[in-house]
Design a protein around this ligand. Structure first.
Ligand code: NAD
Ligand code: WQD
Length: 336
């Protein structure tokens, strides 16, 4: 069975392509490489011992998409392609709406035209209203987003829900990821951010490898046990497996469904740093900083719907996530 993976050269996409290949699926990738390197695809193929079909193309390019669907018999699409930097989205909102929302519309049009109407979509816990109290369940209020990136995710969820309502042949699985970290245990693929990482773990990884002098802990006065923010970190390989489970359900279940993908367990910034110190065997200097604008104290999932309906559960511990991140980072200090 052939699966088209948009954004398959990226961080989560590459791990999911590996899981798909290992699971016996044929994989077609469409990626414009705006935030990735084709070496990730080469390494995925090397790890799986199988090839993908790769198109360097933008999902907004209708002609290219039409070619991809003409040249391959695509059963379903896993749609990762998009821009994801929260702060950048506040500076360049039009780029985010055009790339994420415009790109998805273009993709859906191409899919409809060729009769391929099954999509697994990368949504985010960021769509939940900040007033919700964790653990977050899928039926809690969403859409009061605080930045254009989050709004694009919410808009796309609505577009896909409307599409499934209007056309019974359309099916979508909206996966709300919490905080994916870590890397494949081979250390061959991982997260390779351009420039200074915005997210905690990639930054901690760069401190551990000596690229920055210390970790800045943004917010130490939250109403949490150690004063730092609590998030639901999950291993990217567990997340990749969640996509296979979502795909399996999509094949037999009509309509549009939403799932949280998280562990259900929150960890503080200081707990993450301590786990990383255990993984890399060094003390990591820490500097206290004020709260980051737009951050909340606590955010973690209730993942029981995914467990019940997808048969998926995140298995890996925070220590394993940090060990695997460190293996990737220390073997590939410059990324790909
Ligand atoms: P990533 O940047 O590593 O991967 C995205 C990929 O999409 C990149 O390879 C990029 O080159 C490609 N891309 C971007 N715009 C494109 C376009 N118009 N046409 C073709 N390719 C395009 O990001 P990631 O961390 O792997 O995230 C994957 C998806 O998951 C994104 O949609 C992101 O918003 C979502 N998500 C990520 C996180 C996270 O913490 N990493 C959390 C929740 C949701
Ligand atoms: C985690 C914690 C920070 C950096 C973001 C997006 C979200 C989703 C996942 C895509 C917070 C603290 C951070 C640092 C720190 N992405 N921190 N020092 O903000 O939960 O989620 O990524 O959908 O939309 O917003 O993740 O890793 O940035 O922060 O102390 O240098 O680490 O304050 O408490 P976040 P994060």
């Amino acid at each position: 069975m052939s699966i088209l993976v948009t954004g398959g050269a990226g961080y989560i996409g590459s791990h999911t392509c590996l899981a798909l290949l290992r699971g016996g699926y044929d994989v077609i990738i469409v990626d414009n490489l705006s935030n990735s390197n084709p070496e990730s695809v080469a390494r995925v193929e090397e790890l799986a011992g199988r090839k993908t079909v790769f198109y360097r193309a933008d999902i907004r390019d209708a002609v290219e998409l039409e070619r991809v669907f003409r040249e391959n018999s695509v059963e379903a699409v896993i749609h990762f392609a998009g821009l994801k930097a929260v702060k950048e989205s506040t500076e360049k909102p039009l780029e985010y709406y055009e790339n994420n929302v415009g790109g998805t519309l273009s993709l859906c049009r191409a899919m409809s035209a060729c009769g391929c109407k099954k999509m697994v979509f990368s949504s985010s816990a960021t769509v939940y209203n900040q007033s919700n109290v964790s653990p977050l369940t899928e039926d809690m209020p969403a859409g009061e987003t605080t930045n254009p990136y989050g709004t694009t995710k919410y808009f796309i969820e609505r577009i896909l829900a409307d599409l499934c309502k209007a056309d019974q042949d359309w099916r979508a699985s909206l996966l709300r990821y919490f905080n994916p970290i870590g890397a494949d245990k081979s250390g061959r693929i991982g997260e390779a951010p351009n420039g200074r990482p915005n997210n905690l773990v990639p930054f901690v990884a760069q401190v551990a490898v000596g690229k920055h002098p210390h970790v800045e802990v943004t917010g130490t006065d939250y109403p949490t046990p150690d004063g730092t923010g609590i998030r639901d970190y999950l291993h990217v390989s567990d997340l990749a497996d969640g996509h296979i489970k979502a795909l399996e359900r999509l094949m037999k279940t009509p309509g549009c469904e939403t799932f949280n993908l998280g562990t259900g367990k929150g960890s503080s910034v200081l707990e993450v740093i301590a786990a990383y110190e255990r993984a890399c065997g060094k003390k990591l200097p820490v500097v206290k900083k004020p709260r980051r604008e737009g951050d909340i104290a606590v955010c973690y999932s209730d993942p029981s719907k995914a467990q019940k309906l997808l048969g998926w559960k995140a298995e890996k511990t925070l220590d394993e996530m940090c060990e695997d991140s460190w293996r990737w980072q220390s073997l590939n200090p410059e990324g790909y």
